[in-house]
Design a protein around this ligand. Sequence first.
Ligand code: CS2
Length: 483
Amino acid sequence: MTPTSIPSVHAPAEVGIVHLGLGAFHRAHQAVYLERNLARHAGGPWGIASANLRSNRRLVELMRERGQHYHVAEYADSDTLTLREITAIRETYYAGPDGEDLDALLERMSEPDVRIVTLTVTEKGYHLDPADGRLRLDAAPIRHDIASPARPWTAPGMLVEALARRRAAGTPPFAVLSCDNMPDNGKRVHRAAIELARHRDERLAEWIADAVAFPCSMVDRIVPAMSDDAFQRLSALGIDDPAAVVCEAFSQWVIEDDFPQGRPDWEHDGVQMVADVAPFETMKLRMLNGSHSLLAYLGALAGIETVAEAVERPEFVALLRRYMRDEAAPTLAMPAGIDLEAYADRLIERFANDSLHHRLQQIAMDGSQKLPQRWLAGARKQLDTGGEIGCTALGVAAWIRYTAGNDLAGARHPVDDPMADTFATLHADHRGSEALIAAFLGLDSVFPRDLADDARFSAAVLEAYRTLDEGGVERSLTGLDAR
Ligand code: CS2
């Protein structure tokens, strides 16, 4: 295969954006759009300073050693690869509990030239209750940030401290743009920042409420965690880059247009600037991410390793089609011109991309943080209108079974979730399916009370759990057809 190579123009640029969360997704998504912007303008005011907050100091070191250059390998399919060299990230920092760059980062965030702070810190990085979106005042890192606001560990803590410094200096605030997979992500960060600010200064909280813009956004690109195999495949093409990222060719970014201090002219770089992101965000969460999570838990229980391997099996494709058509699409109210059937077809094609090696275990992570927006809000709507919930109930049952830490053949897998200890206790304490399902549905930070108390919902989850336990994944999937 001969890849198409797109070198960077190496344009000079000022830092106008600070980003929290230098993970693979940020490097393969936002940084690529900004690279395009810098290339079009031969530079400009929108270079990025990017920070890791909790993990991967090594990546920050690698980026620095390499002069902040790296590659993004975009696979359209196994024969079509575009290799981009990215230089949009101009500075990197390692902050957080054991980070040495916190002061430098906060200083950067306080500079007038920085007009936007973007975030990809994953759902759990906001320390919000997954079910109701409130700041978790019981979370140890948030308690730390309340006690020591000038030395914050968390993303909300850093936003509040930097905004406090700007207010004290008379510098206009930056806009805060969350790029995480949460519904109303801007509104959620807004609430987190204000709740946290209230603990130090009511006037600061009011100023944040009045003066700071928190536009919502929808981000989409499949970016698997890098693996040895992915590095080797790049190496075979002559790219020996330890900071490289592999992703699909598809990419989408929809942003609510609310940037009082200015923004890049993103609309010329393929970004959709809209007045209301909510329909796009909900569509993506329920259709794409909801399907991903179905594959993750059911596929992992059946011993399947990757997304592409799962969708090689017709019964999994049938499950996704049925889920999207009968359970997700009916809950969506899309603007004219959005064809949900075509969107579903495109998703199945994207999932079948076998160059990505997107591991189901990666998607299965942090289910407690993901389920409410991917499945549960849609299920609530379906129950209200008497719609189908069979695939969703099967997904919830598979998730519960998955959190036991082994698949249906008994092979162990790690359960990577902030609530993993709670899950282990529930499995140890409740042997019978009825008691176990009731105990899981009683987790009110995951299941809203009115959903857990819905007799149709709990009965469907229990039945799906029993079928899964007794008949395995295959019987569960054929059972859906029979209904
Ligand atoms: C995935 C997402 O890991 C997961 O939970 O569902 O990261 C997914 O790949 C992205 O949202 C695609 O845009």
